[in-house]
Write a protein that binds this ligand. Structure first.
Ligand SMILES: Cc1cc2nc3c(=O)[nH]c(=O)nc-3n(C[C@H](O)[C@H](O)[C@H](O)COP(=O)(O)OP(=O)(O)OC[C@H]3O[C@@H](n4cnc5c(N)ncnc54)[C@H](O)[C@@H]3O)c2cc1C
Length: 543
């Protein structure tokens, strides 16, 4: 019997698990997934606290890539009936009729099979394996006013900004257009050219600098270009003018505000649910997914990875696993530092200069919200999935309202509101190292200060830390080509995913790089440029 080839995969996040699933479904290569933590799904895991679930950052399932969309729906089929809150909240949902579900398994001979089944779309009130369709609402909360995100210019927005302020914003914008900054290498110029200094200062600078912890003048504009999806003040204003000239102004304004509400897909129990299913299928079909197993060394024999060293977190035991292929989703900085023999000093220099931003969520369970909005009674609940906090006097950057992602994330969605306050930090910051109780106390204080909830309504809380959530577009990012060229010289090493490529990839792009790596193995293609081309179109990204 011929020995089957082995692929070691570092990381059980979306990219690593997609690679494992695809290898089993389409090749005879056996995947061994090594995951340093006890969680499944990486950044896209779902963390559970007393029956309430946290999604780190809020993961919309949305892609322009049909291959990825079909893949998601074949694991978690779309809903065929209303979710618990769809009726009461008048959600517009396109219910699926029949759906096709795929599952990896092994037959009696031990061979891996993909079973395809056609069935009626699931009812989320009866089954868990369901992809929901959810409305998207996200707003900027600033000085007790809500502004649509992405920012649209409507009369209401101008009113909330104040008419003098709006006029100053318009003047500042005109000035920016007349005196365009030629050099758009960095974000400050990129934003100012599109929105004018004043609007940039009001709505973009504070949040962006909270996210990255450095001034916009040090962040390369690539990040802005990936996020801003063709948005500019010219476009926003031209919409507003079109509304003004229309015979039914009010109707158009209403439509303009609601056009900002779109829909996305979302697993009933949060993003981690899909990755837990995939991990189970990988194990059922003959692959391995090991948790608490950190890759600590990568040995090269000539131009190939020959073995990987892994350390068991529970026993401390260290072992070596021989491999024919190595897929890395771990941070580029770590990968390069653990390769033996060590890569050239220049590769080291670039890899060790890569920077990351870490992410901390304080989950709070409340009886109700108490959202202050000018001219209105305080609201016990809002429809937002997440709210941007531009206010620079508080550390919180964004607030997730998990009830609105899926009512099934919350143990008692009728009587409690489950939210996540998001803080962008560095592992060296005092905030990252603060005690959980202190972080919860700070979160309560900040909620009251900005006018979102009262401390007396907080019933419980927890803290979740996610290191290296954001690969930064500063540090040595602009020299990443040096690392890429080094990876190209090692044909059985596949750097995939988000931190694996040091790219601001969403799940879809992270998965696509895994799929393409498997395509390349099947096609015998050694040129990996198609992997690095994913997500270069710079049109759509997460907010
Ligand atoms: C705030 C925020 C919001 C987001 N919103 C969205 C969204 O709305 N939609 C969307 O599609 N995407 C979103 N994303 C992006 C999405 O989370 C990532 O694209 C995706 O998780 C990347 O998958 P990955 O497998 O490449 O990496 P990761 O998810 O980072 O997984 C890598 C895994 O490798 C493990 N690992 C690291 N080092 C080692 C080692 N030495 N040994 C073994 N294991 C190791 C880690 O523990 C981790 O589990 C968001 C991300 C953030 C931070």
């Amino acid at each position: 019997m011929t020995k089957r080839r082995v692929a070691v995969i570092a990381g059980a996040g979306p990219a690593g698990l997609t690679a494992a699933w695809e290898l089993l479904a389409r090749t005879d290569i056996v995947p061994i997934v090594l995951e340093a933590t006890e969680a499944t799904g990486g950044i896209a895991q779902t963390f559970e606290y007393k029956g309430n679930r946290i999604d780190i950052g809020g993961h919309r399932f949305f892609s322009k890539n049909q291959r990825v969309m079909d893949w998601w729906f074949s694991i978690l089929p779309r809903q065929g009936a209303p979710a618990a809150d769809d009726g009461a909240r008048k959600h517009e949902v396109e219910f699926a009729g029949d759906v096709t579900v795929r599952r990896l398994t092994r037959d009696a001979t031990g061979a891996t099979r993909v079973i395809e089944e056609r069935r009626a779309a699931p009812d989320p009130e009866r089954e868990d394996a369901v992809m929901l369709q959810r409305p998207r609402l996200s707003r900027i909360y600033w000085r007790e006013n809500f502004f649509p995100y992405p920012l649209g210019i409507t009369l209401l927005v101008a009113w909330r900004l104040g008419l003098v302020n709006t006029a100053l914003i318009a003047l500042s914008y005109l000035k920016a257009r007349l005196f365009l900054r030629r050099d758009e290498t960095y974000l400050d110029a990129f934003f100012a050219n599109r929105f004018g200094e004043r609007l940039y200062e009001t709505f973009f600078r504070g949040y962006t600098e909270k996210v990255w912890g450095v001034p916009c003048s040090q962040i390369r504009a690539d990040w802005g270009a990936q996020r801003i999806k063709g948005l500019s003040l010219t476009r926003a204003v031209s919409h507003a003018v079109r509304d003004l000239l229309s015979s039914d102004f009010e109707k158009h304004q209403r439509e303009r505000e609601t056009s900002l509400i779109t829909r996305f897909f979302y697993p009933k129990l949060g993003p981690g649910q899909i990755w837990e299913i995939v991990a189970r299928q990988v194990a059922d079909a003959g692959g391995t997914v090991r948790h608490g197993a950190a890759v600590t060394g990568v040995t090269l024999d000539g131009d190939r990875v020959s073995r990987v060293t892994v350390r068991d977190a529970r026993t401390g035991e260290v072992e070596e696993i021989a491999c024919d292929y190595f897929f890395s989703t771990m941070p580029v900085r770590e990968l390069v530092s653990m390769c033996r023999p060590a890569p050239a000093p220049r590769v080291h220099e670039v890899a060790s200069g890569l920077r990351y931003r870490d992410f901390l969520t304080v989950g709070l369970l409340l009886r109700r919200l108490h959202v202050r909005e000018r001219g209105r009674e305080p609201q016990a609940m809002v429809g937002d999935n997440w709210i941007y906090v531009q206010d620079e006097s508080v550390d919180v950057g964004r607030i997730q309202v998990f009830n609105n992602w899926s009512p099934y994330l919350v143990a008692d969605p009728e009587n409690t509101v489950w939210i996540g306050l998001e803080y962008f930090v560095d592992e060296s910051d005092a905030l990252w190292r603060a005690r959980d109780a202190d972080l919860i106390a700070q979160a309560k204080r900040e909620l009251e200060q900005i006018g979102v909830a009262l401390p007396a309504d907080v019933l419980d809380g927890c803290v979740l830390r996610m290191p290296k959530a954001y690969p930064a577009y500063f540090g040595t990012y602009d020299q990443l080509g040096v690392v890429r060229d080094w990876v190209r010289g090692i044909p059985n090493l596949f750097c995939i995913g988000r931190n694996g490529m040091h790219r601001y990839n969403n799940q879809d792009h992270s998965m696509l790089t895994a799929m393409l790596a498997v395509d390349n193995i099947i096609a015998g293609r050694s040129d990996d440029s198609n992997l690095w081309d994913v997500n270069l179109e710079m049109v759509y990204q997460e907010e």
